[in-house]
Design a protein around this ligand. Structure first.
Ligand SMILES: Nc1ncnc2c1ncn2[C@@H]1O[C@H](COP(=O)(O)OP(=O)(O)OP(=O)(O)O)[C@@H](O)[C@H]1O
Length: 744
């Protein structure tokens, strides 16, 4: 059933207006999940490389400066085989050759895979790595002090402390003589990117079953964030003394970050099981800000882990992650324990949790990878009447998904408490998001430093991986910033989107279900939902097609709505920022910011619910009123930059950008915390005419709207009967496929 046809059933749109159908994200599978290049680019770059015998890596700019950087960085002026980080390079010199997969373990050869292919694969030289990284806009930077980075390189073959000191002094002097640009270049790394998922077996010897599962999921080409991060996180898996970096990964929404952190975690767990038969302990924790996202990560992980023996569990109410004396009375009422899993196989409810008598540090949950919201785990780690938290020494990998929000003041305390509970001195941590402010980097560095001091934790290199332009919107969507003047104007605008009454001009927006509508508060989401509830014709499913989802609903109801939307039973979800981050509905056609987002990062995440995995055709509509004018500049700027980068026609005019006011830092923080004051929850939203005190985005009573809807339904039904032949013709002209919901 085509939702759009039903919504516009009484409108005769010109056939030409239907031509956008094939470009809709929900109309088909994305051909290429990569945003900045293609597999063919890689092939041709490899070909070019083979023909090019005299590479010149010189960046543009001052030659002398370049020579100085070269001398300083590489002594003899040649590029190192800079595969991961300087430390990794150093260690790998001592490291043993990668072990071949044992015939007894899970890693038996896969059909068609020769022995030599399995362990070697073709390695790339510097030129090739640089070319591919550049094409795909992949940047890797070492975030440690430049002095440390360079000193480490210089120390490589020198153990004499005197000459070490001398070298360090020399390095400091030379760094001071370098321009900012050269200093930046000195931090840059050119690790070998992953150009094909087959290389996961050939070059990184990942578990055979895991490789099969990746292929079975239909993933053939790695996305940019996978190309850049997987070699860093898998690179040293086969060498015990190889050092893996901590990683800050910033990549566009919908670019496959989940897979990028799940693959290494699952593979390391397989490795651990192989080396420690019969042992299961929580070795990895993934923290995500919402239950919806937790459920989604668990589902994704379980699909990848089929047959590997790796258990992935969503943190649930009453679940025990550590054994302790007071657990005789498990706190069943602990607030906000998350399951959120939409999977039926949430069988990991820890039956063994009640087992007693094991050592204090034993983990009781029969799981390898625990996925949790911050509060759920903090509650489980809390010690009665005490500030301190239980520790989780078995955890060797911590992943913070949507890290910037997890380290934002809202969740910071809880997230840091979890991080501090992971007392393993060999803990590896990675941070993932589409947006990452510099304050997060600073916080990360200082926390790592204090862990190093207090726990004598191992110092790993801290790398930053950025895909594309940092903190920008995903490049493959169309933005529309619309001035609606008043609240009433927004409602009219949204109704117009739902029921277009005339043929639209070529550059005008059309938004077909399924889509998401974001409001600032729960009250407003509920109000908008009750206003639009009767807008969907009864014969199209009526009010069941539109749902409101927010954190005041029960977990079960939230999960039902998510499921209904994925199955195509629900066409429109009205929600708050609860669904702004991470959740992946593969083919949604668009996003409506009914209320403006309260920061440019929030805009990036909200609109990033469409245009996922490289899908074209997603639309992001943002309405603003006169109350929003002081706050809208950062969004307008973001849209402007995005369109400029894509070489698209500018939809935000320069005069508008110039005339919108700038926001002070304090006002920006205030907006982020409280939203636009005029419509904050405490202000009890009133209508434009300020008639009622009720938080409703309407001037009509529910009864009036129901009556009107019935009347409309009866009129349109009789019209439909009269127009049957022409509707059938329209449908045939548009060539639309049936809309059967979203891929799971
Ligand atoms: N290599 C790939 N090829 C095709 N599709 C992929 C690939 N990797 C991931 N995907 C799909 O892309 C979609 C988005 O992935 P994911 O949810 O991990 O994005 P994300 O980067 O975490 O986005 P967000 O920042 O919004 O959380 C998912 O449906 C996922 O299955």
């Amino acid at each position: 059933m085509d939702a759009f046809k039903l919504l516009t059933r009484s409108t005769k749109l010109k056939p030409s207006t239907s031509t956008t159908t094939s470009r809709l994200p929900s109309a088909g599978k994305a051909a290429n999940p990569q945003l900045f290049g293609s597999a063919e680019d890689i092939q041709s770059s490899r070909k070019r490389k083979r023909q090019n015998d005299a590479p010149d890596h010189r960046p543009e700019g001052n030659d002398d400066d370049f020579e100085a950087t070269q001398r300083l960085l590489f002594g003899g002026g040649h590029w190192t085989q800079n595969t991961t980080s300087t430390a990794a390079v150093k260690k790998s010199k001592k490291a043993k050759k990668p072990k071949k997969a044992s015939a007894k373990n899970d890693d038996t050869q896969i059909p068609g895979e020769s022995d030599s292919e399995q362990v070697q694969g073709e390695t790339m030289d510097e030129t090739e790595r640089r070319a591919i990284l550049k094409t795909h806009k992949i940047k890797v930077v070492d975030l440690r002090d430049l002095e440390d980075i360079l000193a480490e390189k210089a120390d490589d073959n020198d153990d004499d402390p005197k000459s070490k000191k001398k070298k360090k002094r020399k390095i400091s002097k030379e760094i001071a003589s370098l321009s900012k640009k050269r200093q930046k270049e000195a931090r840059q790394l050119y690790p070998e990117p992953l150009t094909s998922f087959q290389d996961l077996r050939k070059k990184y010897q990942i578990s055979r079953k895991l490789a099969e599962n990746i292929a079975e999921q239909g993933f053939t080409v790695p996305t940019e964030v996978q190309m850049g991060s997987l070699p860093l996180l898998l690179g040293n898996i086969s060498t015990k003394d190889g050092q893996e970096p901590d990683l800050l990964a910033v990549a566009p929404t919908g670019s496959g970050k989940t897979l990028a952190f799940l693959i290494p975690l699952i593979n390391k767990t397989v490795q651990y099981h192989r080396e420690n038969p019969g042992q299961r302990e929580i070795s990895s924790i993934i923290v995500a800000p919402t239950k919806e996202l937790v459920g989604q990560i668990v589902n994704e992980g379980r699909k990848l882990a089929v047959g590997t023996g790796v258990k992935i569990t969503a943190m649930r109410k009453g679940m025990q992650v550590v054994a302790r004396a007071e657990d005789d009375d498990v706190d069943e009422n602990s607030e906000d324990s998350a399951s959120g899993s939409e999977s039926d196989e949430d069988e990991d409810a820890d039956k063994s949790a009640k087992s007693k008598g094991s050592k204090k540090s034993d983990t009781l949950t029969k799981s390898d990878i625990l996925v949790t919201t911050p509060l759920a785990l903090v509650n489980a780690l809390s010690v009665k009447d005490k500030e301190e938290k239980e520790s989780l020494p078995s955890v060797r990998h911590l992943v913070l998904d949507e890290a910037d929000v997890l380290l934002d003041p809202l969740f910071r305390e809880q997230t840091l408490a979890i991080w501090n509970s992971c007392t393993n001195t060999n803990l590896g941590i990675s941070f993932w998001s589409a947006t990452m402010g510099s304050s997060i980097e600073e916080l990360t560095k200082s926390t790592l430093e204090s862990r190093h001091e207090s726990l004598s934790a191992e110092k790993r290199p801290l790398l930053r991986l950025v895909i594309g332009l940092k903190d920008s919107a995903v490049p493959n969507i169309q933005h529309k910033l619309i001035y609606a003047a008043t609240e009433q104007g927004k409602l009219l605008g949204l109704r117009q989107l739902l029921h277009p009454t005339a043929a639209i001009a070529p550059n005008e927006v059309r938004l077909r279900p399924p889509f998401l509508v974001f409001t600032q508060t729960i009250t407003r989401a509920v109000a908008l939902h009750s206003e639009l509830l009767y807008d969907i014709p009864i014969e199209a499913g009526g009010s069941s097609r539109i749902a409101v989802l927010h954190s005041d609903l029960s977990e079960t109801r939230r999960a039902e709505i998510m499921k209904g939307f994925r199955k195509g039973e629900i066409w429109i979800i009205i929600t708050t920022d609860l669904l702004a981050r991470g959740v992946d509905f593969r083919g949604i056609n668009g996003v409506v910011n009914y209320d403006i987002p309260t920061s440019s990062a929030a805009y990036v995440h909200r609109v990033g619910r469409t245009g996922r995995a490289g899908r074209e055709g997603g639309v992001a509509v943002t309405y603003y009123t006169k109350e929003d004018i002081p706050y809208v500049k950062s969004i307008a700027n973001l849209i402007h930059t995005s369109e400029k980068l894509q070489g698209k026609e500018q939809s935000v005019q320069k005069w508008l950008l110039d005339s919108l006011p700038d926001l002070s830092k304090k006002d920006r923080q205030d907006l982020k915390r409280h939203g636009v004051k005029a419509r904050a929850a405490s202000a009890k939203l009133k209508t434009d005419t300020e008639k009622g005190g009720k938080a409703r985005i309407s001037t009509k009573s529910g009864y009036d709207r129901r009556m009107e809807n019935k009347r409309k339904g009866a009129i349109s039904a009789s019209r439909n009967r009269a127009q049957q032949p022409s509707i059938a013709k329209d449908a045939a002209d548009s060539g639309d496929d049936e809309w059967n919901g979203l891929d799971d």
